[in-house]
Design a protein around this ligand. Structure first.
Ligand code: UMA
Ligand code: ADP
Length: 460
């Protein structure tokens, strides 16, 4: 049996691919689905879509010969390209194409010459980085929507890219992960940006060089590129003609974005031209301002009026589980930053919370470290943390690299962590859940971890 497409992985991405292929009138019996999990999360939805589509569950090596019968393999982001079965298939069938859902998305738009149904050009805004992707993607999406443009937002954030394809859309704002970029070739975004790079997903990429190379793929054939002045790893190749930068300091050239002071007010500015005053934002953390100026650089380039950008930034209270203040109890502030799933985000979180308190931080951390070097936390912990509460698979490693700096307490779960922190915090302190690790050893995802934390904190 020959297959047009084999879909590898039946999570959100795999389901979106099958949905797309059926919509494009591919025959169900020409689509093969495989997943290594005994019961993949999308299995019921797949059966509901079309009961005749076969899904093989189990080791990929056991379905290698079946996969060799496909023209194109669509790989989910959770599946590594170094899976032995995929390496074998490349040898057995060198002509087989291995692509991801974002490449399928790009090919769909390319088929229509990047025009929408009203013959308007379709623009793709590609956003990646180790941290801040979701915040910047959301802000840019909101700014474009508020300006009355036809916008879709998706990718690694929210809906998979193929699910947001729509003939009316003029602007696709896509959050892209390093996993998605590894299997993307012809996206050629109108504007591409890498917000920052700090160690993450090293269990998959094996080295920082490989991780950076995956992130850099966002710039492939991009028309314009925006990068972070403070992070050399985000610099695009010089082959892109239109390159501009963002940062917190005053811009050095007229094409760059940053913060300037005019009449005693701070403004987001392009070169020396003030675009909008930032003094009235409710969130004044450096993280928010950095993400804000990146979003402004993208939206301004796409023609969004400054007044609209200002309104969106002023009203934005942050996405859930990103350094969210849950409550203040007996003078102690409780913050949920469950989304701090890597070292860079946890450092930013510790540094960001510190100016908001008079005391010190009790940090709750641990989970799956994904191959990261947790000792990078040392300077921030040494400066701002008074106690460390550790849990999950990385607990012993956190203890090993930080115990000479702060007292460390082991706990078996989040509820125990909350009670331990409540017992040790004093007036003026903050308790911060910023685990520097993924959650999947103990929770479904970072959302569940953050929701449970919030629930336990509110029950105190
Ligand atoms: N898996 C298997 N066997 C398989 C396929 C997957 O064990 O055959 C495992 C993976 O190793 C992973 C999990 O299942 O642990 C989910 O992988 P998936 O590829 O099925 O994931 P999807 O449900 O398709 O969700 C993916 C993104 N997930 C990952 O990249 C792991 C989602 O990002 C994304 O929102 C979704 O596509 C839609 O585009 C989540 C994520 O954690 C939020 N992303 C990472 C991050 O932000 O740091 C990159
Ligand atoms: P992503 O989608 O890249 O994971 P989010 O906006 O969801 O980014 O934020 C994830 C985590 O990173 C949160 O813990 C947040 O506090 C932190 N964070 C957000 N923006 C930045 C930034 N620009 N630099 C460092 N950390 C950040």
């Amino acid at each position: 049996m020959k297959y047009d497409y084999a879909v590898i992985g039946l999570g959100q991405t795999g389901l979106s691919v099958v949905r797309y292929l059926l919509k494009q009138a591919y025959q169900p019996d020409r689509i093969l689905v495989v997943d290594t999990r005994p019961v993949p999360p999308g299995i019921e939805e797949l059966h509901a879509m079309d009961p005749s589509i076969v899904c093989h569950c189990g080791d990929l090596l056991s379905v290698e010969s079946l996969l060799c019968n496909a023209e194109i393999l669509i790989i989910s982001p959770g599946v590594a390209l170094t899976e032995p079965a995929l390496l074998n298939i490349k040898i057995l069938r060198p002509d087989i194409e291995l692509i991801g859902d974002i490449e399928l998305f790009a090919r769909h738009l390319n088929k229509n010459n990047r025009r929408n149904k009203n013959d308007k050009p379709v623009q793709i805004i590609g956003i990646t980085g180790s941290n801040g992707k979701s915040t910047v993607t959301t802000l840019v999406g909101e700014m474009l929507k508020s300006a009355g443009m036809h916008v879709a937002v998706g990718g690694n954030l929210g809906a998979p890219a193929l699910d947001v394809l729509d003939p009316d859309i003029e602007y696709y704002v896509l959050e892209l992960s390093s996993f998605q970029l590894e299997t993307t070739f012809t996206l050629a975004p109108t504007i591409a940006t890498i917000l920052n790079i700090s160690p993450d997903h090293l269990d998959r990429h094996h080295s920082m060089e490989a991780y950076i190379a995956a992130k850099q793929r966002i710039y492939l054939n991009a028309k314009m590129a925006l990068f972070a002045r403070a992070d050399l790893n985000t610099i695009p190749p010089t082959s892109i003609q239109d390159i501009f930068t963002f940062g917190l300091e005053a811009p050095k050239t007229s094409a760059d974005f940053g913060i300037i002071i005019q009449n005693n007010n701070r403004h987001f500015a392009k070169g020396t031209i003030p675009l909008l005053c930032i003094d009235d934002f409710s969130n004044q953390t450096s993280i928010y301002l950095l993400n804000g100026i990146a979003a402004v650089a993208l939206a301004d380039t796409l023609g969004v009026p400054s007044a609209i950008m200002h309104q969106v930034l002023k009203q934005f209270h942050g996405l859930p589980h990103r350094c969210t203040l849950i409550r203040q109890l007996k003078g102690v502030s409780w913050f949920d930053d469950s989304k701090a799933t890597n070292v860079g985000a946890t450092i930013a979180s510790i540094v960001g919370v510190t100016p908001c308190i008079n005391g010190k931080i009790i940090l709750i951390a641990g989970g799956l470290a994904k191959g990261a070097d947790l000792s990078l936390l040392r300077p921030a912990v040494s400066a701002h943390v008074k106690q460390l509460i550790v849990m999950g698979e990385a607990a012993a490693e956190l203890n090993a690299v930080l115990q000479d700096l702060v007292p460390v307490q082991y706990v078996s779960g989040l509820k125990e962590a909350v009670h331990a922190a409540a017992g040790n915090a004093t007036m003026g302190d903050a308790v911060l859940l910023a685990p520097a690790c993924a959650s999947m050893d103990m929770f479904k995802d970072y959302k569940e971890r953050g929701e449970l934390f919030t629930q336990y904190v509110l029950a105190l």
